[in-house]
Design a protein around this ligand. Structure first.
Ligand code: SF4
Ligand code: SF4
Length: 169
């Protein structure tokens, strides 16, 4: 079967890549000229100097705890259920009064994609993604944070949605 190919006729101005190329180059040169004047905008002396993170930055998790040191988690099972990376391990327990608590609670920070859904779904605001990113390790196993390690994190927790920004709801 013959196929009809329709050849579009465009003016040279529309079919040429020259205009887009020049536009891109002008942007590049504008940034070059700007950075030649003030390099501090582009380069920082990390790790001596660190950039301030957005309050919505999602990084290393924090488990909130009660004043007596118990984790706030009530082992409801919502966060391991919703986690898209399947990186939360929970073994729930129950005390004599029927209060649920986590016997085992682990997050594999290496598999985590820091979506923040665990924080969003938690009914008691126990687990949070944190305002922190320096969690490099030498071994794969060390990326698995257990309950004690999650509770020992001291960095600020993430403000997931900016209340003053209706588009962020
Ligand atoms: S931030 Fe997302 S991927 Fe990471 S543990 Fe929470 S739900 Fe899972
Ligand atoms: S959603 Fe909250 S209370 Fe439920 S298991 Fe996860 S951390 Fe615990």
């Amino acid at each position: 079967m013959a196929i009809n190919v329709k050849v579009m006729k465009r003016s040279a101005g529309k079919s040429s890549y020259m205009r887009a190329t020049l536009k891109g180059m002008s942007l590049t040169f504008r940034h070059m000229a700007k950075s030649a004047g003030d390099r501090s905008e582009l380069t920082i002396q990390y790790p001596d100097v660190k950039k301030e993170l957005s309050p919505r930055w999602r990084g290393t998790h924090v488990m909130e705890q009660h004043e007596d040191g118990r984790p706030k988690c009530v082992a409801c099972g919502l966060c391991p259920t919703i986690c898209p990376a399947n990186c939360i391990k929970l073994v729930p327990g129950e005390d004599d009064q029927g209060n649920r608590y986590p016997i085992v609670y682990e997050i594999d920070e290496f598999r985590c994609i820091f979506c923040g859904m665990c924080q969003e779904v938690c009914p008691v605001e126990a687990i949070h993604v944190g305002n922190h990113y320096e969690n490099a390790e030498f071994t794969r196993h060390n990326f698995v944070y257990d309950l004690d390690r999650l509770m020992a994190q001291t960095h600020p927790v993430t403000l997931l949605w900016d209340p003053s920004d209706p588009a962020g709801e």
